[in-house]
Design a protein around this ligand. Structure first.
Ligand code: SF4
Length: 352
């Protein structure tokens, strides 16, 4: 299958007012690709940068550096303005030592394209449907707005017809068009959010934890609907979740993130059967497995300590402060994200 989205060495830092340095290093040197028509699941603890990564790919956040290619077209390319350099630091006793720090350097302006045509092709479904729908607009107006921005309907009658069609596609009635978001349940609100995303006939949708705010009883309905729509419309998904048990059923491949970095990426079955990275093993050990053979070989691993701050991430491998196998090398050198088996990528010094 051909590649629809490709991301190379993507970084997204959020500057903090009044603070020297890069600020929050939310996405750090992430590379991935998403094949047309597939679902790439993205998992990791909250705050690991998965939502920021999804939004940065869509350029809802301006990337700091790296490259994003959509359907063969480079839509962002920028050099890294943050370089690791040895800088002199004055110690308390008055002596001067050297320390490695990220220092901002001048780089050419990044190459960016007009995103409007791509906005139509790349959509997002938000985590909290109640917060993402304007409470002052009716459902019909919310969906109609997306159609208007991209001038997709030639007449009022066509617009009304299309709104009806979209409501039907997500299992809502025509009468729902005149109601306001607060009149709906969480599941129905999420259906409205999905209808709004579908209105512009997208190819690629970032599903940003679309079911985590919903009642467990309706989570599977929404997931099934997203899967059916993918089949019917040939959609490509980046499906973000903090729970591995959700993404592993619907994803062709899964990427695992830790503190802004991609630590492992593999085909879903392969990742479940043969996890390589210590962090992935930890996540998998918390998921119940029906296969007794796999279950026996998998002990529950509990990580010590809290997830460090992305404002001051650990040096070397960002996981080293919590990894049971960390060595001196892990504290000093960043492990390369490499393909260790066909279509199975990981970043760990233990893998050689
Ligand atoms: Fe653990 Fe070192 Fe591998 Fe990082 S590189 S996951 S610290 S063993």
């Amino acid at each position: 299958k051909d590649i629809l989205v490709q991301v190379d060495h993507l970084k997204k830092y959020f500057g903090v007012k009044g603070l020297k340095g890069p600020g929050v290093q939310a996405v750090e040197d992430v590379s991935l690709f998403i094949r047309r028509g597939e679902t790439l699941g993205l998992v990791g603890e909250s705050g690991c940068g998965k939502t920021t990564l999804g939004r940065t790919i869509l350029q809802l956040h301006e990337p700091t550096s790296g490259r994003i290619v959509y359907d063969g077209q480079t839509i962002f390319e920028g050099k890294d303005p943050w370089q690791r350099k040895s800088v002199p630091v004055r110690e308390k006793d008055g002596s001067t030592t050297k320390r490695e720090e990220l220092v901002q350097v001048k780089v050419p302006r990044p190459k960016q394209v007009n995103m409007l045509p791509y906005r139509r092709k790349m959509q997002i479904i938000f985590q909290d449907p109640s917060a993402s729908l304007d409470p002052r607009m009716t459902v019909g107006e919310i969906i109609g707005e997306a159609l208007d921005i991209h001038k997709l309907c030639a007449s009022k009658a066509e617009r009304t017809e299309r709104i009806k069609e979209l409501l039907g596609q997500v299992g809502l009635n025509t009468e729902h068009a005149n109601r306001y978001p607060h009149e709906f349940s969480g599941g129905q609100q999420q259906r409205v959010g999905i209808a709004r995303a579908l209105a512009v006939k997208p190819e690629f949708i970032v599903c940003d934890e679309p079911i985590s705010a919903l009642d467990v009883s309706i989570q599977s309905q929404v997931v099934n609907m997203l899967e059916d729509m993918q089949q019917e419309m040939g959609l490509t998904y980046l499906f973000i979740a903090h729970d591995l048990s959700v993404v592993r059923h619907i994803s062709n491949r899964i990427g695992v993130m830790y503190l802004g970095t991609m630590v492992e990426l593999a085909e879903s079955y392969e990742l479940n059967r043969n996890p390589m990275h210590p962090y992935t093993k930890t996540l998998l050990s918390a998921v119940p497995v029906p296969d007794p053979e796999v279950s026996r070989s998998r002990q529950r691993i509990v990580l010590e300590g809290d997830i460090p701050s992305p404002m001051n991430p650990p040096t070397g491998c960002r996981f080293h402060t919590r990894c049971p196998y960390a060595t001196e090398k892990c504290r000093e050198a960043v492990p390369e994200f490499k393909e260790y088996a066909p279509d199975h990528w990981a970043a760990c010094h233990l893998l050689g």
